[in-house]
Design a protein around this ligand. Structure first.
Ligand code: HEM
Length: 236
């Protein structure tokens, strides 16, 4: 538990900085339409805001009900509050990612969950440090509820990368539409897909079985006083 909380906190912080931050810069320098779509930025701006919430309306080229932090996108991307960030309208529509809303939501789910992980793990670390973690039922519940969330964040991250590079197979050089393999039949692709799905289903069942067994065994008492020691301590 102790190791899990410490490693979780370090990993959650590293996810934001430097890794997430660096990924964001790479996208900003190499895939400008992708960055604009991830952020729901339709018009170019100096001092571009960071969209926390909102729904992209691609037809009207705007973000509905936006909740934004002013100038933050410019700062996070170029380390200058008034930096110019290109919006989607600056690029031909043929270069826009095809699934802008899905890309925008995937990205926001990933970053939103990443932020939640940081908050939960930092509070858990503080409770651990003050010796209160094992008795905080609400935090133990929260940690348990968080178990499936990194899988969702991972999938959302992968979707962000894959949807974000569309319509290119090799960015700026080869379009996805030109990347089909005429010699590979649809049946072959189905066969491989079903094979992988089967393998991952078996792994998922195994994972659930192992986790269930671990929970059945109960927590390791570790160095906490038990039995007679606990009575002696209580009397002291
Ligand atoms: C906390 C803030 C986070 C930020 C700022 C961030 C940022 C990014 C960025 C900019 C990308 C690149 C997308 C692209 O290449 O088009 C990315 C990809 C990805 N992220 Fe995050 N991320 C964060 C949290 C997370 C978390 C918590 C997870 C999972 C637990 C995660 C998993 C991924 C994955 C799997 C990818 C795809 C990598 C690839 O296939 O190239 N991210 N992230």
């Amino acid at each position: 538990m102790r190791a899990g909380v410490l490693v979780g906190a370090i990993a959650a912080l590293l996810q934001l900085f430097p890794t997430g931050d660096m990924q964001g810069k790479l996208v900003a320098y190499n895939q400008q339409p992708t960055l604009a779509a991830m952020e729901g930025l339709f018009e170019s701006q100096e001092g571009a805001p960071l969209a926390i919430l909102g729904q992209p309306d691609v037809e009207k080229r705007k973000l509905d009900n936006p909740l934004e932090v002013p100038e933050m996108l410019s700062f996070l991307t170029y380390r200058k509050w008034r930096a110019h960030v290109k919006g989607l309208s600056d690029f031909p529509q043929a270069e826009w990612p095809d699934q802008i809303p899905l890309l925008y939501y995937s990205y926001h789910v990933m970053v939103g969950l990443g932020t939640i992980f940081i908050a939960v793990m930092v509070v858990a670390c503080l409770l651990l440090w003050r010796g209160k973690l094992y008795d905080s039922r609400w935090m133990l519940w929260m940690l348990m509820v968080c178990v499936p969330l990194p899988y969702i964040a991972n999938t959302a991250g992968w979707m962000t990368a894959e949807l974000g590079r569309q319509p290119w197979l090799i960015y700026g050089l080869m379009r996805t539409a030109n990347g089909i393999s005429p010699r590979v039949a649809a049946g072959n692709a189905w066969f491989t897909l079903i094979g992988f799905m089967g393998m991952y289903t078996v792994l998922a069942i195994l994972w659930l079985f192992l986790i269930y067994r671990e929970i059945e065994l109960g927590p390791d008492p570790g160095n906490r006083p038990t039995g007679e020691d606990a009575v002696v301590l209580a009397v002291d």
